[in-house]
Design a protein around this ligand. Sequence first.
Ligand SMILES: [Zn+2]
Length: 208
Amino acid sequence: MGRTRQTRLPRCFGRPLDRRKYAYLLGVYLGDGHIVATVKGCFRLSLSCCAGWPGLVEAAACSMAAVLPRSKVHRRHVSGAVDVNSQSKHWPCLFPQHGPGKKHARRIALEAWQQEIVDEFTEELVRGLIHSDGCRSLNRVRRPLKGGDRFYTYPRYTFTNKSPDIQRIFTAALDRLDVPWRQMNAMNVSVARRAAVARLDEFVGPKY
Ligand SMILES: [Zn+2]
């Protein structure tokens, strides 16, 4: 596009980053991922994926492999879930949100270079966040009428995360895409207006 990139990737990470895949992986990481130290300065990034959505397991594994191609991606089945993981000393550089304790118990803020990727591949971030911590479901509402109650069902997206910071990253991305949302309660954000759901359906859709 001709514009200069301000992004400064961590210096240890010298090769070009697949920014689109990174934006998706960041979304999944913020939702269901964690990083643990292993041996000799190495770290394991683990994404806990539901075994019932094999397409999402593959999407997670594929984005992990694209972001750090030299690290082999492993899948480990654990009661109803698939732990998708790979080891590298660079995971904490790529996800500086790594830190002790649960994500919702500490401040989660994107670094400038991450924000720039997210601004460019906003849809990918939203997909990753919804694939990990969101869902598209049918909401049933009752409307009392003279001849008896009528029921309506309509699709909506909900996003559930304990961290207000991660919720803000999600809603800021929706704002950027002009998708209206609503804070349902402390943990849940919903997207329910017909046009907004249709917009998310263009690049998220039901889990698979
Ligand atoms: Zn590094």
